[in-house]
Design a protein around this ligand. Structure first.
Ligand code: ZN
Length: 388
């Protein structure tokens, strides 16, 4: 059971993190792109984690993302080959471990972590040292002046609920996190089409033909690539929804030349051989789920009948909460997911790449008493409600 529990809510993380792209390499090295004397990009990949933006100047060092937890020391070593100035800030583009794991080592050196706090978020992990939280949280937008640069931070809900798009205005650089990439995709966000338009309208408004676009992983890009990425995302969604509306099965959709062509484009021109059939089906499924079938509209009193804490056998808990008339599941400070109500007892997970579901059981008074979490039709665990 414990092993299964670990899989809960980590499945989504595994799918949308990029370990799949990592080639086996026992001692991968961090490589650099020098933008100018004051701006660098340190490249992850090969299991190291995300790309890291680095501003160096009179105020010290500011980083955008921090790679994986085990890479913290290696990242600092790489930074020290460029500059020995103090590391003052780390901005996390979202909570996935490959972007913020290195925080732990950086806060030991005195760095302050900056991230948006929307819904439930794993705030304390990786941002504390000696019991002191070294963090700045913001809501929608934050501006930071550092090294003669204006850093504009925008909170968007796309790849996760806590994504940040970072603009380094004077250097004309935009960091897109995991919303955009040069050799993987498509990313179907937590809010489907709304995610796509929110994030890319912003990125396009912040950029011009000379902007350097830095994705969370893979090679550097420009505005032109972002424009193309958006149009391919639109082709992907339109194609799938059109066929799905005609009753074409997911398997048949996956077999179409259009899907193969688009997947090759997203993966830098080559069809990704590592993409299993199951995962491809799940990606198509999640595209259909989020954009086509609208969830039921639950009334506030119906929503409140699910809200509460549910305990698992191992003592851990799932919290079901509602925000702005939508229902969310939160587990172990690791994941928050929007629940899409398909019926009163059955909910899908928005933006996930496997078929995760929560089924509720009810007491005679109509309040939920138990939840069952399943993946691809198999129950992974059940949890009993511990409050009324
Ligand atoms: Zn991510």
């Amino acid at each position: 059971m414990a092993k299964r529990l670990k899989q809960f809510f980590l499945i989504g993380l595994v799918v949308i993190s990029f370990n799949l792209l990592a080639k086996e390499n026992s001692d991968p090295q961090i490589t650099f792109s020098k933008v100018n004397e004051h701006f660098w990009v340190l490249h992850g990949g090969n299991g190291l984690g995300a790309n890291v933006g680095m501003s160096v100047g009179k105020d010290g060092i500011l980083l955008i993302d921090a790679m994986n937890i085990k890479v913290g020391k290696k990242l600092i070593k790489a930074i020290r080959t460029i500059s020995d100035k103090p590391i003052m800030y780390v901005i996390n583009t979202h909570q996935h471990a490959d972007h913020r794991g290195g925080n732990e080592e950086l806060v030991k050196l005195g760095a302050t972590v900056i991230y948006p706090n929307y819904l439930k978020y794993l705030s304390s992990t990786y941002t504390q040292y000696d019991g002191v939280a070294r963090e700045i949280q913001f809501q929608d937008k934050m501006t930071l002046k550092f090294n003669n640069e204006i850093f504009n931070l925008f909170h968007v809900k796309s790849h996760t609920w806590n994504d940040v798009i970072v603009q380094a205005k004077n250097n004309n650089i935009v960091f897109t996190g995991d919303n955009h990439a040069t050799n993987w995709g498509p990313n179907i966000g937590v809010r489907g089409k709304r995610s796509i338009s929110d994030v890319f309208d912003l990125v396009l408004s912040l950029s011009d033909s000379k902007t350097l676009v830095v994705p969370g992983h893979t090679a550097l890009a420009d505005r032109k690539h972002v424009v193309e990425y958006v149009s391919k995302l639109e082709e992907w969604t339109t194609h799938i929804l059109k066929l799905s509306a005609k009753g074409v099965s997911v398997k048949q959709i996956a077999d179409t030349a259009e899907i193969k062509r688009l997947l090759a484009w997203f993966h830098g021109g080559k069809y990704p051989k590592w993409l299993t059939e199951e995962r491809l089906f799940a990606r198509i499924d999640s595209t259909i789920l989020i954009d086509e079938k609208s969830p039921l509209n639950l009334t506030p009193s119906e929503l409140s009948s699910y809200v509460g804490f549910y305990q698992l056998d191992d003592g851990s808990q799932v919290e079901i909460f509602s925000y702005q008339r939508e229902l969310y599941a939160f587990k172990d400070k690791t994941f928050t997911s929007l629940l899409l109500s398909r019926s009163k007892s059955h909910f899908d997970f928005a933006g996930w790449n496997e078929k995760e579901k929560i089924n509720f059981e009810f007491k005679p008074d109509g309040k939920a008493s138990k939840l069952l979490f399943s993946v691809n039709g198999k129950v992974e665990f059940s949890a009993t409600r511990i409050n009324d």
